[in-house]
Design a protein around this ligand. Structure first.
Ligand code: GLA
Length: 377
């Protein structure tokens, strides 16, 4: 029996949901500083067929992982109790219950086209698809930002990664054809039209295949450094530092924190500048902003790596309007904004530069702004 049949037959509530991965145009490492971000949802998404169970079991199956389903007892879920990919769906069920929702187990079958470890939010996609499915099946009535907050809490408290809210908000709240201009302080959001095709442009994604792992401590250290800097400056968050006062503020900080602050303040300004160009109908003007953002991530924030730097430099040398790493860094993916007719040449140049450097061939594809989490069947 298919899941949609079981719904028709009046069996356990069931359906199929999808939640996308994302690229971020600009605004990296700003979200945990209460700043601005500008992500775009990808057509690549996690799909989940979900059917509620009444016996307290959570049976999780992934099409991407060999072996049978992972079977968990909902009442026994606790942070640290689940390993591997299954911790992401389990985290959501645990968090819903920790938040006071009386939810139980389910059969969950996940099929995701979001590359893992590529900085494209494959884990947020899984969290958000399960959160959205539970919200619908249990009639919880949570709106997009509430679902994203829940998924972020799942990642923070159950998975143990102190991530910001960008990836979950992108996966839930992005809409087709738009970038999501998000103020991560109050989750105020605006859909900003991103008509790349209409402007004769393309957005190339280069997955360097260097696996990033945000749980490895570096991300947490950066976040702690930003929070320390804000405290030393007497600010609630680095978002509150006026760019006009940047130099004076830097003089008041220890040398190791200055580059972090400079990145966050200039990056927030780049997001607002990028949004203005999009509202003016000039997406090509994002090019230099992307490249400047990469320089800041490479030189000030120090989260790039030789492979992402090579992809950016080669893309720009081959005619891209601009390029930068996207996501947390330490590997992962690069985006390059190109004219439609230079897309292939840029992709080929990056691929051959990787071969020449002895790196594994990157995976390349074109990003088209897609829809956020939704029921699909
Ligand atoms: C990861 C985190 C996000 C964000 C980015 C960096 O993707 O999950 O919250 O901090 O890194 O911008």
């Amino acid at each position: 029996m298919t899941d949609s049949q079981s719904v028709r037959d009046g069996a356990a509530p069931a359906g199929v949901w999808a939640a996308p991965g994302r690229v971020n145009l600009i605004g990296e490492h700003t979200d945990y500083n209460d700043g601005f971000v500008l992500p775009v949802a990808l057509p690549q998404a996690a799909r989940a067929a979900v059917r509620l169970r009444t016996d307290g079991l959570l049976r999780l199956h992934s099409e991407q992982v060999d072996g049978g389903p992972v079977e968990l007892t909902v009442a026994d879920l606790a942070p640290g109790s689940v390993d591997g990919w299954a911790k992401y769906p389990a985290a959501v069920v645990w968090t819903l219950r920790a938040a006071g929702y009386e939810v139980g187990g389910a059969d969950v079958r996940i099929d995701s086209s979001v590359p893992t470890g590529a900085g494209l939010s494959s884990s947020a996609a899984i969290e958000c698809v399960v959160a959205t499915a539970y919200n619908d099946l249990h009639g919880l009535g949570l709106d997009g930002p509430a679902l994203a907050r829940l998924a972020q809490r799942a990642e923070n408290e159950f998975v143990g990664v102190p991530c910001g809210i960008m990836d979950q908000m992108a996966s839930v709240c992005c809409t087709e054809g738009n970038a999501l201009f998000l103020d991560t302080r109050d989750l105020a959001q605006r859909q900003v039209p991103l008509d790349l095709a209409g402007a004769g442009l393309r957005l190339l994604v280069v997955d360097t295949r260097v696996k990033h792992d945000l749980a490895d401590g570096a991300y947490a250290e950066l976040r702690a450094g930003c929070e320390r800097a804000a405290a030393l400056l007497g600010l609630p968050a680095l978002r509150d530092l006026d760019p006009a006062g940047l130099d004076t503020a830097l003089d008041r900080l220890p040398a190791d924190l200055r580059p972090l602050v400079r990145h966050v303040v200039t990056e927030n300004a780049r997001v607002r500048e990028a949004v203005t160009h999009l509202y003016l109908g000039d997406p090509a003007a994002l090019g230099p902003i992307l490249t400047a953002g990469h320089a800041s991530l490479r030189d000030d924030y120090e989260v790039s790596c030789p492979e992402t730097d090579l992809a950016v430099d080669t893309a720009v040398a081959a005619g891209a309007l601009g390029a930068r790493m996207t996501g947390g860094g330490f590997g992962g993916s690069v985006i390059a904004l190109t004219a439609a007719d230079t897309l292939d040449a840029v992709a080929a140049a990056v691929t051959s530069a990787f071969t020449d450097a002895g790196y594994e061939a990157p995976r390349t594809f074109t990003a088209v702004p897609a829809a956020g989490a939704r029921r699909v069947e």
